[in-house]
Structure formats: C-alpha cells, structure tokens
Design a protein. Structure first.
Length: 434
C-alpha cells in the first residue's frame, strides 16, 4: 500500500510500536525510560537522540530499518543499487534482496522511500513475469502522478517510458523518456539506462543521427554494472545507427568484434549470437547487399528461440526484407508462419498485415487497408521507416499501373519522411525533446 504522509522519527517510532502491539508503558519499561518521555518522543516534543534510537531498535528488532533522514537517504542509495540489479543483473539475486528491502521499507513508514521502492518494484514484477502485480502497482502509481516531484517524478517518467517500450510503442515511450530527461537534467540523475532506452526507441523509429548522439552520451558514463548487460545491446543498436548514416564498415567491424568475443568466450550464448547475426543482416540490408544480408539473417535463424518473441521479430523482419527485394514467395512464406503467432492489437500484427496487403495491392481493399488502417496504426507505434516503406510500395504499385498522380503523391510522402528522419525532426512523431 502506498503511504501519503512523511513522518518525523518519533512518529515513525510510534507507528512501529503500535504495529507491534506494544503500549508506551511496555516500551518505556523495556527501554528504561518513563512512558511520558516516550510520549514526548513520539509527539515530537523532544528530539530523538542516538542513544534512544539504539535502545528502541534493540527492543523492537528494527536494527536495519531506516528512521532518521540520513538513514532514509542511505536506504535510497540501496534501492537504486537494487534497481540496477533488477535492470542489468541477476534476477535471482534481485529476488533474494527484495524480501529484505521490502521489510525495511515497510517498517520505515517513509512516503518517499515507499514510493521509490514501488517504482522500482514495477519493473521487478515485469522481469519476473508477474503481470497482475505489475499492472496493479503501475495503476496505483499512476494515480499519484500529480503529487510526485523531484527524483520520484524522474523515475515515474522512466517507468512510463519502460511500460510503453515493452509494448513496442516507441512514440509514446520517447515522449516519457524525454520528460524524464528534462527532470533528470535538473537533478543530475540521468543514467545509462535512460540514454540507452532513448537511443533504442530512436533507432526503431528511424532517427539514426539522434540515436547515435544518445548512445555517445551513454558512453561517457563510468564503467558499472550497466556496462556488462548493456554492452552488446548498445553495440548492436549503435552499429545499426552507423549503417544508416553511411558508416557501414564501422558498423560491420563493431558487430564482428562482438561475434568474435562471444564465439571465443560464450559459445553457447545463442540469444546474443542471434542478435549479432540479426544485426549484421540489417546492416548489410541497409548497405544494399542482398546476399550478405540474406546470409546473416539465415545464420540468425539458427540461433533464434522459436518459443520466444525473437522468432516473431525474425520472421517479421525477414518478410520485410524479402518484400523489399521483390522475393514475394519468400515474403509470403514468412508471413504464413508468423501471422498465426501474433495477437491483434500488437505492433507485430499491424506490421505483418501491412506486409500481407502490400503484396496484393491490385485489390482495392488491400490498397485502402494500407492507407487507412496499416499506415495510421504503424505511425502510432512510431514505426516511421515501415510507414515510409508502405508509401514507397504504394507509389511503385501505382506507377506500374500508369497512375502517376497517386504514385507521385505517395512517393512524396515517403521522401518527406526520409528527409525528416535524416534531419532528426521529431515533429514526425509530434513530440519535442527537452
């Protein structure tokens, strides 16, 4: 339960005493003080001294519970470290620490501490797959938004961005991350995870220059736990960003270095090998090298877990790749495997159905679907590059039919998107970075 009132140390002691079903007299006798003095401490008429706190902790078995302001601040640092473990580290270790931290926070009767812990717990529940707990806590925190400020507001915006990000809603995620960045700039608390997440969204939306800038911000931070977990993920996204701005050789070198390291040190790390080969496929695709792109995408498929969402990602991208090179039969083969695996109302559903209708544009219903359903839906997810491809496919279709007016119209739409992406114009997403 979220608490809404910050208490002085004496008042916290009173809450603990009542929760333990002790009277002031019980506590006074145990501590060797008068009950009236205990009352003065609890009512704030007398400051709580270090000796009193020691005696209180011993009698209530609260030796590790933060009560004073300095202890609360120290506990916040512990929670931030735990959040790093949740985000980057061993989830089993995070689970072991959770029960210890939860007890200490609960008995602290501190509003800010409890709220900070709840903000971090939301992501913790997500990593554990406890969707009901995740949803419950997020809804409760959302109701508190207007009353949050400072660091709590920063972490709240980070959490909102994370929630959208996990749903592949990059446009909404970016809006929240930029809000977090603005608060974080004032408080000097922006961390690696924020810049990684912003860069990740920007890459997926199609903004390579802005993404590279954010990843470079990421690199200036000192080595810490984030470096280990985010290292390969960052290299992968940064390589894709470089490939989109013409630095193909640099992108390939980065990914080959990653592949060599994993092959030599973690030969059984299939998820990472999948990501490396998948990213190499994207880089060669961006460079216009069909054979190399196809070769690496095929290698990626051997390391892909067919029971994981990465398999959907692979099939969706492969279908897009084959569609762009007019390998219609192969594109349809990927679509037939993938469409039954996805649920309506997801990015994958919208993307796959856009691809499906793009190969049957002779049917007016398919053309209408592309214009009135697929493109608006993909735009809401922030998938600007896929929207650009849809306009390009429409343009080429109408050009082949000799219908030059709609062909020119959709070609201009695609060109405008490309221009805005290369210029880093976020107006395409109707959001503004702070």
């Amino acid at each position: 339960m979220l608490m809404t009132k910050t208490l002085i140390p004496g008042a916290k002691m009173a809450r603990i005493r009542v929760a333990l079903k002790k009277t002031q007299l019980d506590l006074a006798i145990a501590m060797g003080y008068s009950s009236s003095l205990i009352g003065n401490y609890e009512n704030g008429r007398c400051p709580v001294s270090a000796d009193v706190l020691i005696a209180f902790r011993q009698e209530t078995h609260m030796t590790d519970v933060p009560i004073t302001d300095s202890e609360v601040e120290a506990m916040k640092n512990e929670l931030r470290a735990w959040n790093d473990t949740v985000t980057y580290g061993d989830i089993k270790l995070a689970a072991e620490l959770y029960h210890i931290l939860a007890r200490r926070v609960r008995w602290s009767y501190d509003t800010g501490l409890q709220t900070l812990f709840d903000l971090f717990c939301t992501k913790y529940y997500f990593r554990l797959g406890k969707k009901d707990e995740y949803d419950r806590l997020f809804v409760a925190l959302s109701k508190m938004e207007d009353g949050l400020d400072g660091e709590l507001l920063y972490w709240y915006y980070c959490l909102c961005g994370f929630c959208y990000h996990t749903q592949w809603r990059y446009k909404q995620a970016l809006a929240m991350y930029f809000k977090a960045e603005a608060v974080g700039n004032r408080l000097h608390v922006n961390d690696r995870a924020l810049y990684y997440n912003i860069g990740s969204c920007l890459i997926n939306c199609g903004y390579p220059y802005l993404a590279v800038m954010n990843f470079e911000k990421f690199q200036v931070y000192k080595y810490d736990l984030a470096s280990v977990r985010l290292g390969f993920a960052t290299q992968k996204l940064l390589a894709i960003g470089y490939s989109k701005i013409g630095k193909t050789n640099k992108a390939i070198q980065m990914l080959n270095d990653c592949r060599e390291y994993v092959t030599n040190n973690k030969s059984d790390d299939n998820p990472t090998l999948y990501e490396i080969y998948f990213s190499l496929g994207k880089v060669f695709h961006e460079a216009g090298d069909y054979d190399k792109a196809h070769e690496n995408l095929n290698k990626a498929s051997h390391y892909c877990n067919k029971n994981d969402e990465s398999y959907v990602e692979y099939l969706c991208y492969a279908a897009t790749f084959f569609r762009e090179y007019n390998k219609t039969d192969k594109a349809i083969e990927c679509l037939n495997k993938c469409i039954p695996l996805v649920a309506k109302g997801t990015l994958w559903y919208e993307w796959l159905h856009a691809l499906k209708h793009s190969v049957t544009l002779d049917d007016k219903a398919s053309a209408d679907y592309m214009v009135w359903t697929a493109i608006p839906a993909l735009h809401e997810y922030g998938m600007c590059t896929v929207v650009m491809k849809c306009f390009d496919w429409l343009s080429k279709h109408y050009e082949e039919k000799g219908m030059y007016k709609p062909a020119l119209k959709y070609a201009n739409e695609a060109s405008n998107i490309f221009y805005m992406l290369m210029k880093g114009n976020l107006a395409l997403l109707r959001i503004v970075a702070n």
